[in-house]
Design a protein around this ligand. Structure first.
Ligand SMILES: Nc1ncnc2c1ncn2[C@@H]1O[C@H](COP(=O)(O)OP(=O)(O)OP(=O)(O)O)[C@@H](O)[C@H]1O
Ligand SMILES: [Mg+2]
Length: 329
């Protein structure tokens, strides 16, 4: 059992995405897999996240947030994108372009307000994020890309993002139409004519970035989705929903990873003080049975609850062994 056999048959190049509800172990699994593939399989790995909590900095015990590609171990690079900054850089770029194109000293307040408000939209944030991912995959020349999904949005939803992103492009086009009203004024003032092509090129560019990203995500030869859950009710329900969503999109979930499993001995812990532990362990046992009957064949790895939070290379190395070669259900 473990993920090793999955990658033996699938090959260990491409993109791996760990998705799932917040706080169940996506970052832990991303670090574990990245470590294993780079140190034990000799692959050139890039582990990537946009989590504003800087969780990769935390688990690798290095300050890498917003610092570009940082080498952690031989063949293991890590990037933690500051997506907020990427969004604001992008907004400034758009503002500057409008100023230059229309020869204005300052932006009309409606346009400025509109551009600023886009940062509150998930589509803006996500398009900046996905754009960064697609850029890295296209240019960084690694064998394996491990995407550690941020806590919100939970990762599965993102494969259905194309539609939302297209809407966002629609809004830009709308803004473009608004801007055209100003264009007429500006062009008259300058006595010149503003070229349409620049703006249209921009829109086409955004559209092709969206397509580039979604093409990557649904390319099942290249991209494997794993979902991390724990033996608890809400996580099981969430996993069922995610599997249904995958089905409806005609995609396959590569596998499930059950995390934070208490040691089996705990189910029979003796003594008064042990009653709590015993109950917790038996509750997990019940949910493990449910996981087995509901998703049995999909479970590819099981991770124990560690005595301390996995952090630093020693612990990551232990996680990676359990993830790749651990026991089955
Ligand atoms: N098997 C485990 N044993 C002990 N602690 C664990 C285990 N797995 C995860 N943790 C701890 O639980 C917390 C959440 O794990 P992790 O950060 O990997 O989850 P996540 O899914 O990435 O969360 P988020 O959705 O916030 O990004 C972390 O503090 C982590 O160290
Ligand atoms: Mg995380």
């Amino acid at each position: 059992m473990g993920l090793a056999s999955f990658f033996e048959s699938k090959g260990d190049k491409g993109i791996v995405i760990f998705a799932g509800k917040g706080g169940l172990g996506k970052t832990t699994c991303s670090a574990g897999l990245s470590h294993y593939m780079s140190q034990k399989r000799g692959r050139k790995v890039l582990c990537f996240s946009t989590d504003p909590q800087a969780s990769l900095s935390d688990i690798f015990d290095r300050d890498i947030f917003g610092k570009g590609i940082v080498q952690i171990e031989p063949k293991l690079d890590v990037v933690e994108i500051d997506a907020d900054k990427r969004v604001s850089d992008y907004q400034n770029e758009v503002k500057q372009k409008i100023l230059t194109m229309y020869g204005l000293q300052e932006l009309p307040p409606e346009i400025e307000e509109y551009i600023d408000s886009t940062s509150a939209e998930p589509a803006m944030y996500e398009s900046a994020t996905y754009d960064a991912m697609a850029d890295l995959v296209a240019t960084s020349h690694h064998d394996l890309y491990v995407f550690d999904m941020p806590p919100f949005g939970h990762g599965v939803r993102m494969i259905a993002m194309a539609e939302i992103l297209s809407k966002w492009v629609g809004k830009i086009t709308e803004a473009r139409e608004k801007a055209q009203e100003y264009e007429a004024v500006a062009a008259t003032l300058k006595g010149g004519k503003v070229s349409e092509d620049e703006v249209l090129r921009e829109l086409n560019d955004i559209q092709s970035k969206i397509t580039r990203f979604t093409d990557l995500m649904v390319d099942q030869k290249r991209t494997s989705f794993f979902m991390v859950l724990i033996p608890e009710r809400m996580a099981i329900l969430d996993t069922e929903r995610a599997l249904e969503m995958f089905d409806s999109l005609g995609l396959q979930m590569a596998g499930l990873i059950v995390n934070q499993i208490y040691p089996a001995e705990m189910r029979n812990a003796q003594g008064e003080a042990a009653a709590f532990l015993r109950n917790r362990a038996r509750m997990q046992e019940k949910y493990l049975d449910e996981i087995k009957s509901k998703f049995g064949s999909k479970v590819v790895a099981m991770l124990p609850m560690y005595p301390k939070e996995p952090r630093g290379l020693d612990m990551i190395s232990r996680v990676s062994e359990d993830l790749m070669h651990g026991p089955g259900l």
